[in-house]
Design a protein around this ligand. Structure first.
Ligand code: CAA
Length: 240
C-alpha cells in the first residue's frame, strides 16, 4: 500500500523538493498550490505529481480541497505544512493586512490542514504531520514580526498536537530551515542577504533538497518514536 502524502505549497521551492523526496520514498504524493497555475502545470508535467489548487489560509477551501484529494486519490496519511509567505517590513511600517496574511496562511494553514486530516489519521491509527517552521521563528528577525510570530506559533502548535496524536500513532514534528536558496530568500535585498550569509557557519545558503531529506526521515514508517521534535537545518546559523 502506498500512503498518500499532501505537501502544501508543493509546486516550487522547498515544497517541490519535498514532493520529489516523498515520491522517491514510494509515497503517492499530491501537491497543493495557491495561485501560480503556470508553475503548477509545469511541475505536474515534470514530476507526474498532481497539483490541487486551494488556499490553505481559507478554512472551508482547505476542508473541501482535502476532501477532494481523499475522494480522488485516497485517505491522507501524511501532511507536510510547507506553504508560507513573507510580507517583510519593520513594525512601524507594517499594515494589518501584512500581519494578518502571514498569520492566516503560515500558521492558520497548519490548523486548517490538521482539521481536514488529523481526525482521519487518528481513526486509522497512523499518521505523519511535518510543519515547516523557520530559524526566524526560533531567533526572531528584524523586519519580520509577522513571520517570526507565525513560525514560532508553528513550533508550539507542533508540540501540542504531538501530545494529542501520540497514542493514536500520529507523529507531529517540525523542521526549522535556515536561509534556503529559493525565490523567497532571493526576494531579500542583496546587501541584507550578504550580511545574513556571512553569519552562517557553513558559509552558504541551504538547498531545498537538504530540507526534503529531513521530511523523508520524519515521515518514514520507522519514525514512530520521533514526535514533538524540531529539526533545525540551518547550516549552524542558530544552535537552538
Ligand atoms: N538589525 C538591526 N538593524 C537593522 C537590521 C538588523 N538585522 N536590518 C536592517 N537594520 C536597520 C538598517 O541598518 C537601517 O538603519 P538606519 O535607518 O539607521 O540606516 C534600518 O534598519 C532600515 O533598514 P532598511 O533600509 O533595510 O529598511 P527598509 O524599510 O527598506 O527594509 C526590511 C526593512 C524590509 C526589514 C529589510 O531590511 C529586509 O527585507 N530585511 C530582510 C528580512 C529577512 O531576513 N527576511 C527573511 C526572508 S526569507 C525567510 O523568511 C525564509 C526563512 O524562513 C529563513
Amino acid at each position: 500500500m502506498s500512503r498518500v502524502a499532501v505537501v502544501t505549497g508543493g509546486s516550487r521551492g522547498i515544497g517541490k523538493a519535498i514532493c520529489e523526496a516523498l515520491k522517491a520514498q514510494g509515497r503517492t504524493v499530491v501537491a497543493n498550490y495557491a495561485g501560480n497555475e503556470d508553475k503548477a502545470r509545469a511541475f505536474t508535467a515534470e514530476t507526474g505529481i498532481p497539483a490541487y489548487r486551494f488556499d490553505v489560509g481559507d478554512h472551508e477551501a482547505t476542508l473541501e480541497g482535502c476532501a477532494r484529494i481523499a475522494a480522488e486519490i485516497g485517505p491522507i496519511d501524511i501532511v507536510v505544512n510547507n506553504a508560507g509567505v513573507t510580507r517583510d517590513g519593520v513594525l512601524h511600517k507594517m499594515s494589518f493586512d501584512d500581519w494578518n496574511d502571514v498569520m492566516r496562511i503560515n500558521l492558520g494553514g497548519c490548523f486548517n490542514m490538521a482539521k481536514a486530516t488529523f481526525p482521519g489519521m487518528r481513526e486509522r491509527g497512523w499518521g505523519r504531520i511535518v510543519n515547516i517552521g523557520s530559524v526566524n521563528g526560533q531567533s526572531g528577525q528584524y523586519g519580520q514580526v509577522n513571520y517570526a510570530a507565525a513560525k514560532s506559533g508553528i513550533h508550539g502548535f507542533t508540540k501540542a498536537l504531538a501530545q494529542e496524536g501520540a497514542k493514536f500513532g500520529v507523529t507531529v514534528n517540525a523542521i526549522a530551515p535556515g536561509y534556503i536558496d529559493t525565490d523567497m530568500v532571493a526576494a531579500v535585498p542583496p546587501a541584507v542577504l550578504e550580511k545574513i550569509v556571512a553569519k552562517i557557519p557553513v558559509g552558504r545558503l541551504g538547498q531545498a533538497d537538504e530540507i526534503a531529506r529531513g521530511v523523508a526521515f520524519l515521515t518514514a514508517e520507522e519514525g514512530a518514536f520521533v514526535t514533538g521534535s524540531t529539526m533545525s537545518l540551518n547550516g549552524g546559523q542558530h544552535m537552538y
